[in-house]
Design a protein around this ligand. Sequence first.
Ligand code: ADP
Length: 667
Amino acid sequence: MKPLFSKILIANRGEIACRVIETAHKLGIATVAVYSEADANAMHVNLSDEAVRIGPAPVGESYLKADRIIQAALDTGAEAIHPGYGFLSENPNFVEAVQAAGLIFIGPSADAIRAMGLKDAAKNLMVEAGVPVVPGYQGENQDTAFLARKADEIGYPVLIKARAGGGGKGMRKVDAPADFAEALQSAIREGESSFGDGHVLIEKYVTSPRHIEVQVFGDGAGNVVHLFERDCSLQRRHQKVIEEAPAPGMSQEVRSAVTAAAVAAAKAIGYQGAGTVEFIADGSDGLRADGFWFMEMNTRLQVEHPVTEAITGLDLVDWQLRVAAGQDIPVTQDQITISGHAFEARLYAEDPANGFLPSTGKLHHLQFDPNARNDTGVRSGDEISPWYDPMIAKVIVHGTTREEALEKLSKSLKRTHVAGTVTNAAFLDALVRHEGFESGAFDTGLIDRDIEKLVAVVPVDELAVAFACFAALQIDFGAERVGWSLWGGARRTIRLLHEDEVLERTIVFEDGGKVRVIGGSKEVMLFDVQTVGTTLQARTGQYNEAVSADAVCADLTGQTLVSIRFRGRVVDFICPDPLADSGINSDQGKLVTAPMTGVVIALDVEAGAAVKAGQRLGVMEAMKMETAIVAPIDGVVETVNCHVGETVEGGVALVTFREDAIKEDAA
Ligand code: ADP
């Protein structure tokens, strides 16, 4: 058997670089990472044995700089380069440059990549190999009138695709002939601007489409095996969101047909290494052996390869390293079997409620479910920078049945706690609980059809707010406390900022460990609030139910981030200066103090006014945030010590109450 490499370079970053490093180290192979200036302290740099800086943050000046990467491999004595996915992984010129430098490219040949590089040429090649392709036109003629006639022949709806397209770009669905010319122009424009190639093909648009792809693997001895299929039909804008293996509703007959077609596709181009053959299937009436067609082949490791690993128990990176070193695939086709069901959810720093806008920022806290496989390239304290893909992690679960695996995915998503940046976790969980997805009878249009429902913002649970208030109090008083009952009779008002909204709650500590949290949409009553590590525990007054929340705090400049994970949902709050008095004199409630230094912008009361607990007395503005000053209790205002427009210091008394008029609100 040919020996494995002793050292390889990984021309990538993030989770996939970490993933490759992990298997390399398992095999005793030393690793060299490359990194941009923005990634100097990144996880992949930390995990590797050596690391070479290749340039500034922009990918065009770092991760796409083929010559610098090859030089780094030569300088460090690496024998081979693993490209990961994205970046240079499907660039045949890079493969040739690597080989010209006397190094080994861990992946297919430049010729195989070229053969599959353009969608039109790949389709024509597949027709020759006897692989079913989507009916359509993939020829040279690009005349608008000619293409429109072809679209008529194919029959609407049709899909226009830029032949060089990828990642869902340069693709336009057209429903009627009248819209064809305009859609064509826009597909061409996008093809030119994104890929420098405006050449298009026209395809029949498959209705109720399902995305079924087959993992294949080839070696230098001409062996090609498949590792069954993955279903990646859960997509948004043609981008995969949750993937699974095997495909739900896949019969043995259809599986044999689709895997045989994939192996034929790989053999037709003498494929070596890991690859994926993507098919589109007509899912309108279940999966049929004559109802799937070749779309394209990805000549690299896919993002979603872990679901295949989960059901086969194999390590695809291990195979990649062996095959690139000249070894044969370690098993035969009949030794590869499916066990159970697996899902992968892509956890992103993005805001579903805001058009899935990518988000950046520091991950103040990062906690995954230890029962899941979590492939990530970031740790607590790392940044999601604006330079690269905002993926935080891939959450991968495996169960004996689809139902069990889905249940595990839901649990794992709920146990994941990312603090400091908005994420798509709630959206992923809404998808997991979607009836259509649960039933397994879904197509690529599921997300689009129900997008409103899936991204709907659920109001923050009052219990989560209550727990955030306790966490904020904890910052005030420090963690060394024996239970919360110490403050019998005290009350504190806490102000928190949640997505531009100021939340104000008064916590009233009563006898017998009872705590009331007032000021929200409904009053919360808790008993025996306790802190155990980063967990806050209590019983609710209503049902005497035990409730708990994960609470983590992080210092921001001049304020504190309080992140609560409660009932599987993460909510971040900003707590204005934790050292400032929280507003109300806790002992008697005789005066209201300024919660922070700021300007009084409104006053609603004068001396002598009778006020009710919770009534607004005035408004202050500080840190670009308006804060209502409210009466802590029923009483009569004795003095008002400020005027509108005045800048007051945090902690000074703004309003005092007459003592004899004070009586506790019994509500
Ligand atoms: P890209 O290379 O941009 O990812 P693909 O050809 O792989 O483009 O297609 C991406 C997605 O677009 C597929 O997963 C599928 O959801 C959809 N799609 C592609 N071709 C068709 C088709 N002929 N009919 C319906 N949907 C299609």
